[in-house]
Write a protein that binds this ligand. Structure first.
Ligand code: NAD
Length: 259
């Protein structure tokens, strides 16, 4: 018997959809039947993701024409608001699933970190999630729709990491924001959860020196870095009704690192 599509009636907005985890999430949600609004700062990368959504292996999911690409900088309030307006105009409804994957690193040790590197990382990783979550929640509440909001944090937000005061603070902030949103929006039928990936093989971790990756890999009980698809599997679960009574959770996808 064919497995039913878990997200057959969903519209999913994915930020950071042009690369790594955001792209894998977009592919996975489309396979589960969702129409995907793929957003990235890099509009061409978002369009490439949408092109992939109709590709091989997606025959059972939402049809190729069901998806659309959007260019936006999530750290700008006006851009985040316009993004939600454009998505609603394009699909005639607000997104019922919102996955914030957009994120950056600007690594430096505390003693040398510039104010600009601090501000930039907080602006994209934390303020960006605030802006997208707020705009999406306003659209959902005003139209009386239920939803699932999933914010990509990091295990580093829980345990810290050398050279990442800005990044770890932004990711810890995402966990706190998610707890509060879950408390405020539960009565509107809107769930909000965060996912804490460990070390996942994407363009972001390609910037990490190999000797650091080798050291980290040695500490991972599963013995290898994760794949973006490992994170996408968990996001699909949190997006679906299979997680209908889960809100305010921080789900670690780390291969056991820092358990
Ligand atoms: N890769 C890992 O090991 C890892 C671990 C923990 C958490 N994360 C988090 O997962 C998320 C995705 O990371 P990834 O590894 O796929 O990285 P990535 O660099 O492959 O993808 C990030 C995407 O975000 C987009 N982006 C950056 N700034 C943006 C902005 N202002 N507005 C809109 N889009 C913007 C980029 O263009 C890019 O397409 C990030 O939030 C990251 O912090 C990654």
């Amino acid at each position: 018997m064919a497995t039913p599509l878990r997200l057959g009636s969903a519209l999913a907005l994915v930020t950071g959809a042009g690369s790594g985890i955001g792209r894998a999430v977009s592919v996975r949600l489309a396979r589960e039947g969702a129409a995907v609004a793929a957003c990235d700062l890099d509009g061409a990368a978002a369009r490439e993701t949408v092109r992939l959504l109709g590709g091989p292996g997606s025959e059972k999911g939402a049809p190729r024409g069901a998806h659309a690409a959007f260019q936006a900088d999530v750290s700008e309030a006006g851009a985040a608001r316009r993004l939600l307006e454009q998505v609603q105009a394009c699909f005639s409804r607000p997104p019922s699933v919102v996955v914030s994957c957009a994120g950056i690193t600007r690594d430096e040790f505390l003693l040398h970190m510039s104010e600009d590197d601090w501000d930039k990382v907080i602006a994209v990783n934390l303020k960006g999630i605030f802006l997208i979550t707020q705009a999406a929640a306003q659209a959902l509440v005003s139209s009386g729709c239920h939803g699932s909001i999933i914010n990509i944090s990091s295990i580093v937000g829980k345990v810290g990491n050398l050279g990442q005061t800005n990044y770890s603070a932004s990711k810890a902030g995402v966990i706190g924001l998610t707890h509060t949103v879950a408390r405020e929006l539960g009565r509107h039928g809107i769930r909000c959860n965060s996912v804490l990936p460990g070390f996942i093989a994407t363009p972001m971790t390609q910037k990490v020196p190999q000797k650091v990756l080798d050291k980290v890999t040695g500490m991972i009980p599963m013995g290898h870095l994760g794949n973006p698809e490992d994170v996408a599997d968990v996001v699909a679960f949190l997006a679906s009704d299979d997680s209908g009574y889960i809100t305010g959770a921080s789900v670690e996808v780390t291969g056991g690192l820092f358990m």
